[in-house]
Design a protein around this ligand. Structure first.
Ligand SMILES: Cc1cc2nc3c(=O)[nH]c(=O)nc-3n(C[C@H](O)[C@H](O)[C@H](O)COP(=O)(O)OP(=O)(O)OC[C@H]3O[C@@H](n4cnc5c(N)ncnc54)[C@H](O)[C@@H]3O)c2cc1C
Length: 421
């Protein structure tokens, strides 16, 4: 089947889809509402800090196989930094520090070694994680795992909130299981954590744009899709502010926009989901610093900050499921989060360094059991329209891996269609 594929949205779902399709020889045009690509995963030069910062810290794992395939295709795997399967933590409540160090291979012998596990936990506590595999549709992470408070508050809850961007009391247990089974349960090499070395755009976005340009695909920035014209069971026009694009008989569309935008365009086909916020605070220190063990990140419990990341002289704090924090004014958020950073790094809590707060109010969909059960599949009632995006039914949480996987799935479906749709 030939024809042009019109990919709407140049976030990671749209980019992964476009790269896969153009690599397979398809004509691809990408339309992006903003003046830049990357969507919720981007970096930019911030004038307050005079540094390149990410909209939010993004951690990915070696077990994110769709992402690694994407990075290999665009030649960017080398832009990742990190990679040792060590997870340092600090409890701000009592000052204790520990490092979770999974062992090689699927047999979790590391849980038998006190120095490699969370203090105050027993090896049998870790077996509790297997309970997620049997989670019912309506069960939350807390329903399955909160019965052992020490490991819950010091391991399961931080992992669940980071992966689901939803509190453990609300988060769908069934969505956390694939995270554990694709990473920690496969052993150290699959849970090696990585961050973007120089910036999210430099790692995940710019190499994809270069690849698309090299393959002759077009990308049109500043092109917001406003309407989808239908005739019978097909899309026949894409309405942009500047122009209408009429689709040929063999043309198809991949709608890779966030859930809210997809719902506005297709009210009858796409439900509107509730979202959760992520707050990031980027503090520029007076000189470069390193976290203990030279890790690129530190997990924090017992405060408001959840994860600290360091890039040169910028320490960045992430708070997921952050709707109540996000409601505060920025200077108050800076004060609250600097207090935790100062405690973690042994700094003066009264002198707040230059800071940039980034409040992503709709960082991801709320990954509750109710929402998880309603995520739509890629195919739609319209024969030449496919959905992609982290919020679609990938079976995994709304993350970079989910976004890329959804883009690959939509591309695969299009490529497997034998005759014009
Ligand atoms: C602060 C923050 C921290 C995160 N941390 C992590 C992490 O540590 N690990 C992880 O794996 N994931 C993380 N995520 C999630 C990850 O960023 C997202 O899952 C992923 O980027 C979503 O990609 P997407 O392509 O599905 O959507 P988006 O990135 O939202 O892309 C959609 C694109 O569509 C465009 N668009 C919207 N409407 C239209 C329209 N009408 N016409 C044309 N274009 C349109 C948008 O401008 C955007 O570029 C984080 C997200 C945030 C916000």
């Amino acid at each position: 089947m030939s024809g042009t594929v019109h990919v709407i949205g140049a976030g990671l779902a749209g980019l992964a889809c476009a790269v896969a399709l153009s690599a397979a020889g398809r004509d691809v045009v990408v339309y992006e509402a903003a003046g830049h690509a990357g969507g919720r995963c981007r970096s930019f030069r911030d004038s307050t800090l005079d540094r390149v910062i990410d909209n939010g810290n993004h951690l990915v794992m070696r077990g994110n196989t769709a992402l690694l395939r994407y990075l290999d295709t665009i030649g960017a795997r080398g832009h990742l930094a990190g990679g040792e399967a060590v997870f340092p933590f600090l409890d701000l409540g009592d000052g204790s520090r520990w490092t979770v160090r999974p062992s090689a291979g699927p047999l979790p012998w590391w849980t038998m070694v006190p120095e490699r596990r969370v203090p105050g936990t027993r090896p049998t506590d870790y077996l509790g994680g297997l309970r997620l595999a049997r989670a019912g549709k309506r069960e939350t992470v807390a329903d399955c795992l909160a019965d052992r408070p020490q490991i819950f508050s010091r391991l399961w809850e931080p992992l669940a909130v980071a992966a689901l961007n939803t509190s453990a009391e609300e988060g769908a247990a069934r969505l956390l299981w694939p995270v554990l089974s694709r990473t920690f349960l496969r052993g150290a090499s699959y849970c090696r954590p990585f961050v973007a070395r120089d910036g999210l755009s430099e790692t995940f976005v710019a190499p994809a744009l270069a690849k698309l340009a090299g393959q002759g695909s077009q990308i049109r920035f500043g092109s917001r899709l406003k309407a989808i014209g239908r005739a019978g069971d097909r899309v026949h026009t894409l309405g942009f502010a500047q122009q209408d694009v009429a689709l040929g008989d063999d043309d198809s569309v991949v709608l890779a926009v966030p859930n809210t935008a997809a719902h506005q365009l297709l009210e009858d086909l796409v439900p509107a989901f509730p979202h959760r916020a992520i707050v990031n605070a980027h503090f520029r220190l007076e000189s470069p610093i390193a976290l203990p063990g030279n890790s690129p990140f530190l997990g924090v419990v017992g405060g408001t900050a959840q994860w600290l990341f360091v890039r040169h002289d910028v320490v960045s704090v992430t708070v997921s499921a952050a709707d109540s924090l996000a409601a505060h004014p920025n200077d108050e958020i800076a004060r609250i989060l600097w207090r935790d950073v100062a405690a973690a790094l042994g700094r003066d809590r009264t002198t707040i360094p230059p800071v940039r707060i980034i409040n992503e109010h709709r960082a991801t969909i709320a990954q509750t059991p109710a929402v998880a059960g309603r995520r739509p599949p890629p195919e739609t009632a319209l024969a030449n329209l496919f959905l992609a995006g982290d919020w679609t039914d990938t079976g995994i949480p709304a993350t970079i891996e989910g976004a890329v996987q959804s883009g690959h799935t939509a591309a695969k479906m299009l490529l497997s269609m034998r005759k014009p749709v």
